[in-house]
Design a protein. Structure first.
Length: 105
C-alpha cells in the first residue's frame, strides 16, 4: 500500500505533466495563422489566461526568424485607396519606409 506522500507526489507529477502538455498545445496554436489562432483561442476558458504565461508564449511563438538589423523581407500590398500595389523592394535604397500595423490614433 502506498503512503500518502507517494500519492501526493504522483498527483504532483501528473499535474505538472498535464500543465506542460497544455503549454505545448497552446504554443502550437500560437504558431498558426492569425485567423486560425483567433478561432481556437476564442473557445479558451477564461481561467486559462490566469494560469498560463501567455505573454512569454506569444513572444516566443511570434518572434519569427528575423533579428535586429536583418533586412526586411519583400512584400507586395494593395495601396490604401486600392488604385495600385506597392512593393517594399521598390523603395530599398531610395528612401526610408515606415510600416504601421494597426491604429495609431
Amino acid at each position: 500500500m502506498r503512503s500518502l506522500g507517494h500519492v501526493f507526489i504522483a498527483l504532483g507529477v501528473a499535474a505538472a505533466a498535464a500543465y506542460a502538455g497544455f503549454l505545448v498545445y497552446i504554443d502550437s496554436i500560437m504558431r498558426r495563422p492569425p485567423e486560425e489562432f483567433a478561432r481556437r483561442i476564442a473557445g479558451m476558458p477564461g481561467v486559462a489566461f490566469l494560469v498560463l504565461p501567455f505573454e512569454t508564449l506569444w513572444t516566443r511563438a511570434r518572434s519569427g526568424p528575423l533579428q535586429v538589423g536583418d533586412m526586411a523581407p519583400d512584400f507586395n500590398l494593395e495601396t490604401v485607396n486600392k488604385t495600385g500595389r506597392v512593393r517594399l523592394s521598390d523603395f530599398r535604397g531610395v528612401r526610408p519606409v515606415v510600416l504601421i500595423f494597426g491604429s495609431y490614433t
